[in-house]
Design a protein around this ligand. Structure first.
Ligand SMILES: O=C(O)CC1=CCC(=O)O1
Length: 257
């Protein structure tokens, strides 16, 4: 189980595929790197795929305190440096998509092409994230399970794919409260609406047509703000890479190849 030792925490990562350009996937809040399994199964024959569990998620440890987007982006750069990787295609979903935008603004030399999925330049409000922090610190993550499943997957998918939904919710319930709350703090403070106008790297924004968290307008706004952006709207709610894997993989391949 490969781990990167950093000063305050350890990052769990995984590499699949032996040849081709590097493609890095970055998970959403309350999930681990397995959320990208439907992509890795198909794309690891085209790319060397690097995934990591964000700090406080999956098998990565959770440093104390609250985190910032710069901390999360810094973890990605530390991982690339440690593995001797120069530049990558980068695909992140939700908070992972915010990290993608942060990297495209602050470390453009490390990115070839960037894919921002089910995200926004500003997700929610400081008030809503601070309320979420208070809730999980008081009661843990399990009380959030029902509402989370409804935000992440459409009713039809929940009814027909209970195994996939259960697996993702299991990873949610296993997320550390400290790690989850720390990332909520990063979300509370993150507002890249001005910064992203400086992005020149080719960017694909992918939206779920039924996403209640980051609706298609948020992704259209990202694509319209950057120098070289385009948008794809696919069927699905927030975790659309799991709900619509074939369409998602096709959009990625078309953009990255
Ligand atoms: O928590 C959610 O359901 C939605 C979300 C916001 C940021 C993220 O990564 O997930």
């Amino acid at each position: 189980m490969p781990m990167l030792d950093l000063e305050t925490h350890q990052l769990h990562y995984r590499i699949d595929g032996a040849e081709g350009p590097w493609l890095v996937f970055c998970n959403s809040l309350g999930t681990d790197l397995r959320m990208w399994d439907p992509q890795v199964a198909e794309l690891s024959s085209h790319f060397r795929v690097l995934r990591h569990d964000r700090r406080g998620h999956g098998l990565s440890t959770a440093p104390e305190g609250m985190y910032s987007l710069a901390d999360l982006g810094g973890d990605v750069i530390a991982l690339l440096d440690a593995l001797g990787i120069g530049s990558v295609h980068y695909c992140g979903l939700s908070i992972g998509g915010l990290v993608a935008q942060w990297l495209a603004v602050n470390a453009p030399q490390r990115l070839d092409r960037v894919v921002a999925c089910a995200t926004a330049a500003r997700i929610g409000s400081a008030e809503s994230w601070n309320a979420r922090i208070a809730e999980v610190q008081a009661h843990g993550l399990p009380p959030l399970l029902g509402a989370t499943a409804e935000r992440w997957f459409g009713a039809a998918f929940r009814a027909t794919q209970p195994g996939q939904v259960a697996a993702i919710l299991e990873s949610f319930a296993a997320t550390s409260v400290r790690g989850y709350a720390g990332c909520c703090a990063a979300l509370a403070a993150a507002d890249l609406r001005t910064d992203i106008t400086r992005i020149e790297i080719p960017l694909l924004a992918i939206a779920g047509d039924q996403d209640p968290v980051c609706p298609p307008g948020d992704l259209q706004a990202i694509a319209g703000s950057v120098g070289n952006g385009r948008v794809a709207v696919l069927p699905g709610r927030h975790l659309l890479n799991i709900e619509s894997p074939a369409a998602f993989n096709a959009a990625l391949l078309q953009f990255l190849q």
